[in-house]
Design a protein around this ligand. Structure first.
Ligand SMILES: Cc1cc2nc3c(=O)[nH]c(=O)nc-3n(C[C@H](O)[C@H](O)[C@H](O)COP(=O)(O)OP(=O)(O)OC[C@H]3O[C@@H](n4cnc5c(N)ncnc54)[C@H](O)[C@@H]3O)c2cc1C
Length: 489
């Protein structure tokens, strides 16, 4: 039998229903179900209501009601987060707030190289709107057909073009945010320069919905790339990949847009599990790079520069073999291979994932030390370390041994702790681009310095004094202050 809701939650549901009407509320259990679980099915929560406001004003109303009654609100974008950030708590008392109906492109300004998009716009639609105005919005990731720009900004997503254009934070000019109490912070400017006081915008980017709800963003656009060269390279080892990156950046005048590392096992997984994916090279190698260089000009010289650089790198023993895309279809096939690694890895059974960053030059040494540490814990674990090497960001994943191993999942926290401790020794990050959510909340508390944590809690209290915004995500509850009696010797 379903448990009765606490009175404040019941009242919040009633008031939200009245404010948004039936079009703005999902109450049907079957339709609510997808909002109660993250896409990896790691977290299962419950909610009495999914609120679907169609405007900033309606979003503000929902938050004012929930703040008034002390009810938790979980912002929900495309639900592609890897860390359970958009899943409500198990108690069944948080309201989910879907941004899906806030999906208008409010303005595209080609002369200012900017656009204003509402939070619920799908990332691929934002890219297309820019393209229709002969402009380029560079944020790109495997989930771009379903993730939303509001979710991308709330997780400060990185993706495939961060090397050249920066992560999501660097692509934002201004934000419109509804605060926990329902007031609207209108910071939707399109200015490149604005030094008026503290940068409030940056507080909400990467906050994973714990400080407010992003309802719209003013975004930077760029000239559209006219020449793109894509190459799939076998490299000697990770150190060769890092050296090749530096050489290509110099030779092309910093035109390297993407530089993705793949180990052999990732290619094998995709060829085995993803229909239509084939090994781009004739024979197997240990390590690969998928590299893209681009120019906003029609620039035939780019191809010759790439070829000359690769030839030099082959002489130096860094590159062992290469395939350069000759058509858009071939380019798409190479990217399909790279982007389907997560799906292919899922098909190989359980895995333990790390989203880490270290300085680019330290990557080879990090990989050596961290691989040894993982294999000391699970000797038959399969290392699948791949990703955005150009940004120093690796998805340092471990797949379970062939045929499965009941003990593998039980070692998950030992493995995670070992990898994260090594990351710390390299002055790296335990969450390079995916965020903290539920998954790494305790790890954040373990790794972040006490002063940084204290400041984060102060900001949370200042912006969300009742703690209604995405409860239980990012920050672990603060330890109760010691009583004066306890603190005395
Ligand atoms: C195949 C695949 C490939 C991926 N590749 C990458 C990659 O290369 N780089 C990368 O960084 N990530 C990647 N991701 C992870 C994921 O796509 C990103 O984290 C993405 O930015 C999440 O967007 P979303 O709309 O799905 O957000 P959700 O999952 O819905 O939410 C993420 C967090 O943001 C909060 N939130 C959502 N919308 C708002 C809002 N409007 N206001 C306030 N808070 C909000 C939620 O509460 C939650 O905490 C990938 C995921 C998949 C499935």
């Amino acid at each position: 039998m379903a448990q009765a809701l606490p009175r404040n939650v019941e009242l919040a549901v009633e008031r939200i229903r009245r404010a948004l009407g039936t079009a703005g509320c999902i109450l049907d259990r079957d339709r609510i179900a997808p909002f109660e679980v993250d896409f990896r099915a790691l977290y299962h929560g419950a909610t009495p209501l999914v609120a679907c406001p169609a405007s900033t004003a309606e979003t503000a109303e929902v938050l004012a009601i929930c703040n008034d009654l002390g009810v938790g609100v979980v912002p929900h974008g495309g639900n592609t987060s890897y860390c359970g950030g958009a899943t409500p708590g198990e108690a069944g008392t948080d309201v989910v707030l879907s941004l899906a109906r806030l999906n208008r492109i409010r303005e595209v300004d080609p002369a200012n190289f900017s656009m204003i998009a509402e939070a619920g716009c799908i990332l691929a639609d934002v890219q297309s709107a820019a393209e229709r105005a002969d402009r380029f919005f560079p944020l790109s990731l495997g989930a771009e057909g379903s993730c939303q720009i509001g979710g991308n900004l709330s997780t400060n997503a990185g993706g495939l073009n961060a090397l050249r254009y920066g992560v999501a934070r660097e692509l934002v000019l201004g934000l419109e945010v509804v605060l926990a109490d329902g007031r609207v912070l209108d910071g939707l400017t399109s200015l490149r320069k604005d030094n008026t006081g503290y940068d409030l915008r940056d507080l909400f980017i990467g906050a994973e919905g714990t400080l407010g709800v992003i309802t719209a963003a003013s975004l930077k656009l760029f000239p559209r790339p006219r020449t793109i060269e894509t190459a799939f390279l076998a490299v000697r080892d990770p150190a060769a990949a890092v050296e090749l990156l530096a050489r290509l950046r110099a030779a092309t005048g910093d035109a390297v847009t993407s530089f993705e590392y793949l180990p052999r096992i990732a290619v094998e997984f995709t060829v085995r599990h993803i229909p239509g994916v084939a090994d781009p090279l004739d024979r197997p190698f240990e390590s690969y790079v998928l590299c893209e260089i681009s120019s906003a000009r029609e620039d035939p010289a780019l191809r010759s520069i790439l070829e000359a650089s690769l030839e030099e790198a082959m002489h130096a023993g860094l590159v062992l073999d290469a395939a350069i895309a000759e058509s858009i279809a071939q380019r798409n096939a190479l990217w399909r291979l790279r982007e389907s690694v997560p799906e292919a890895q899922r098909a190989e059974g359980a895995s333990i994932k790390h989203d880490v960053a270290v300085p680019v030059a330290a990557l080879p040494e990090f990989m050596r030390v961290a691989t040894a540490a993982v294999l000391a814990i699970v000797p038959n674990g399969r290392m699948v370390a791949y990703g955005h090497v150009g940004d120093g960001n690796l998805h340092f994943n471990v797949s379970e041994p062939v045929g499965g191993d009941a003990a593998f999942a039980a070692r998950s926290s030992d493995i995670q702790a070992a990898v994260h401790d090594i990351v710390r020794r390299f002055r790296g990050s335990i969450s390079a681009e995916h965020g903290i959510g539920r998954l790494k909340r305790e790890e954040l508390a373990r790794h972040e310095g006490p002063l940084a944590l204290e400041l984060m809690h102060s900001i949370k209290r200042a912006l969300d004094p009742k703690g209604i915004m995405n409860p239980g995500k990012v920050l672990a509850p603060e330890a109760a202050p010691q009583s004066s009696k306890e603190s005395r010797p």
